[in-house]
Write a protein that binds this ligand. Sequence first.
Ligand code: SF4
Length: 508
Amino acid sequence: MDILLIHPPVVKPSEPPAGVARLAGALREHGRSYEVVDANIEGLLHLLQGEVPTEDTWTRRAFRHREGNLASLRNGRAFGNIDRYIRAVSELNRVLECVSGPFGTQLSLSNFAQHSCSPVKSSDLIRAAENPQENVFYPYFRDRLLSLLDEHAPRAVGFSLNYLSQAVTTFAMIGFVRRMNGKARIVLGGGLVTSWLKRPCWSDPFAGLVNHLVAGPGEEFLVNLSGGRYSRCVPLPEYAPFRMNPYLSPLAVIPLSTSRGCYWAKCSFCPEQAEGSRYCSLPPQRAIRDLEALSEGEDGCLVHVCDNAVSPAFLKAMAARERAVPWYGFSRVTRDLTDPDFCAALRRSGCVMLKLGLESGDQGVLDDLGKGIRIEDSARALKSIHDSGIATYAYLLFGTPSEDEESARKTLDFITKHSSHIDFLNLSIFNLPRGSREARGLDTYDFTDGDLSLYQGFVHAKGWDRKRVRQFLDKEFKRHPAVARIVRSDPPSFTSNHAPFFMMSHIS
Ligand code: SF4
């Protein structure tokens, strides 16, 4: 076999991996032989079958309920009300916490932290590769990888590494594959690897362990590595090999990327801007054909449009569609979205939820960030979208260099004033991307001594530092009754990946 592609744990196990499906689509299109493994869902389900410890009543109950809780996330019963959902997810997380504790690891359905191993330190990741048996997923991946290597003898093994929560286990798996099959080429790509490689002064600390580090789309590289000749077609992603995986969602979720990079790419805090990624997109009609082809034959599904920001052209094409397929995605606040008729048409296209980067309720802060949106447009868009029956998931960012306490209060005012049009909220504290335009001229310092860290701290000129921001959020912002109601609705662990199901009444 040419290539074995692996999606390592841990990311939210609600849907198949978009990146690996895209690579598989390219390999299929070029006639290459490949196998894909979602080691994330497999590994988490393996650990959820762990031994029952004789601990407190809550823990014993969490173990006793695990099959019922998994079933309720798959059959939709957990989505009937948020309290039932929170109980199911918390109990599953409790099981993972108990089985991972003896490995010095704190594990949940969305996170992984091994106390002795930092994902932003290359020396720690190399140590994880040298000692795979110390990883909590080892009993799972030892047997699974051994049988795959034996059965298929792949010429290359590719790992898709997108999040910090995957890094330590990715390297443990790489170390294991190296030990078991010294001949297979190891390829490492994905969003996190792309960010590493685009860092200023990058120098490869993984030489000798990883044969190829790939920045950006990996299709061309993999097709050529496997002996094919890459043609510049953009094939459909391949989800068939993932169809049998029991993802934790009540409908099949189909990730679809209609673009790469961001058509706006001007927000100063955004890695897309700092990394200077090139933007490319599918023509809207082609993107819609892909959406229809991927959802065809599914007995109920939800399309997750994974673009950093869906393009206005794609939104217009969706709004003009006659047929509805449930979908959701991230959008900038555009003029079109302030129009109630346009939003009603989007709703008819199947749009269930839009994620919107509002960031701040202070126009000066928005202008400084390069967001290119007006607050009054955000307010009108929230109303039009929400009134049309589409859920709104608003993203806010605090502690940016130009924000101060007064600006943060303006954000609180904005949210409370428009809270009846906001269904979900995501609150973040600003991280300064290394090498970004924003970092120039600021007094910066390192959060950690990790050589792979992508972000830095900075001395806030207005004294509005992380500690004060955190206090404001915890003691004031989240306690406002209008905000508390929205924050309480956010699905723990899965957040926006599960939020749409709460808006689809037939699910529960
Ligand atoms: S719109 Fe979103 S993805 Fe695009 S530059 Fe701004 S923050 Fe980044």
